[in-house]
Design a protein around this ligand. Structure first.
Ligand code: NCD
Ligand code: ZN
Length: 341
């Protein structure tokens, strides 16, 4: 039996929600990962240290007995964020970053930032207090084609942010285009990027060819094959600027299979297995450990994990449902399975 043992990974971008959904999805993440960067786009968004600490307690109390999992909390950056809150976040041992959502870019982003220039004093404070800025890198103009929104964001905003705040550490979340990959490769070591399993495994045909498939709809939207190839190349290159962030984003089935369906793919149930599939297709399984277990921790200046997980080459069928959440690739096969964690 072929096996793959690697240092236990971390997930540097995840939505675990709260309430009932949290209880369904959290055990999946806690089984695979030691730590995860928890996205703050709840309703209402997590904008203060006090709210993040309450949310953290809810997460800890939803963990299965005996689970060793550490949620790394983030705050949602808004035009109303104060410099005092940024300082308090920097002083908290539980807050690891701020998340920038352009207003209206994605699920629960109404409270996001409408004018990036208006938050320049806040970006200066993040730079000063050495807190990473996590960026949903898409413009939101109605007249910008949805497939171009990331590329235009990089040109219009990210270039300026990196130039004006040379010491600010930035993670361009869930990169989806060759242009974004090239930007990250060429820019300073203060920028890194997360890559999701769905953007490594699928191109936009998965959503649109042969019928409309809402469970493949996420933001940034899947792109054409040339972009997927660029992402595979980046993820398997051994370049420490690219690391694992699933962007697992559960929504109940009624909200996905809807005339106006929500964006988000649920992948936490088998995150490592999905990445292993993509890395194996690229004949690069030897690069999985760096991507999944080392580079993110290094970028966040946290110690690498020391225990291991083992995957076994074994075909299994993904269930059609986890509670009322349809997983990515529901009903299809995966060829790696987590066997010891
Ligand atoms: C995320 C969600 O549902 O919270 N959706 C998604 O398609 N990725 C939000 C996000 O990360 O953009
Ligand atoms: Zn996300």
């Amino acid at each position: 039996m072929k096996t793959l043992t690697i240092i236990r990974p971390d997930d540097w971008h995840i939505h675990v929600r709260n309430g009932v959904i949290l209880k369904t999805v959290l055990p999946h993440t806690a089984q695979q990962f030691a730590r995860a960067i928890i996205m703050p786009n709840l309703k209402p968004p997590v904008t203060t240290v006090a709210q993040a600490l309450v949310y953290r307690e809810e997460i800890l109390s939803a963990l299965p007995q005996g689970a060793k999992f550490t949620p790394l909390m983030t705050l949602y950056l808004t035009a109303a964020t104060t410099i005092a809150e940024i300082k308090a976040a920097a002083e908290s041992e539980h807050i690891y970053a701020f998340k920038l959502y352009p207003a209206g870019a994605t699920t629960n982003s109404d409270a996001g930032v409408a004018d990036i220039n208006a938050i320049y004093p806040l970006l200066a404070a993040l730079e000063k207090y050495a807190l990473p800025l996590l960026v949903h890198g898409e413009v939101t103009d109605d007249n910008c084609d949805i497939f171009d929104r990331e590329r235009v964001f990089v040109d219009r905003h990210l270039t300026a942010i990196m130039r004006d705040f040379p010491h600010l550490r930035v993670v361009l979340e869930h990169v989806t285009t060759s242009e974004a990959v090239q930007f990250v490769e060429a820019a300073s070591d203060n920028i890194a990027a997360t890559i999701t399993p769905q953007h490594l495994l699928f191109n936009r045909n998965a959503i649109l060819a042969g019928g409309i498939k809402p469970h493949y709809y996420c933001l940034p939207i899947l792109k054409r094959e040339t972009h997927r190839q660029a992402l595979i190349k980046a993820a398997t290159s051994g370049n420490a600027k690219f690391f694992l962030g699933t962007d697992s984003a559960p929504h109940t089935r009624d909200l996905k299979e809807n005339a106006c369906g929500c964006a988000g793919c649920y992948s936490a149930f088998g995150a490592l297995e999905l990445y292993a599939e993509a890395f194996e297709q690229a004949d690069a399984l030897d690069k999985l450990e760096g991507f999944a277990s080392f580079y993110g921790a290094d970028f966040y200046r946290l110690p690498r994990n020391t225990d291991t997980i083992t995957l076994e080459k074994q075909t299994w069928t993904i269930p059609h449902t986890y509670s009322d959440i349809t997983p990515l690739k529901a009903g299809e096969n995966l060829s790696w399975k987590l066997v010891s964690a």
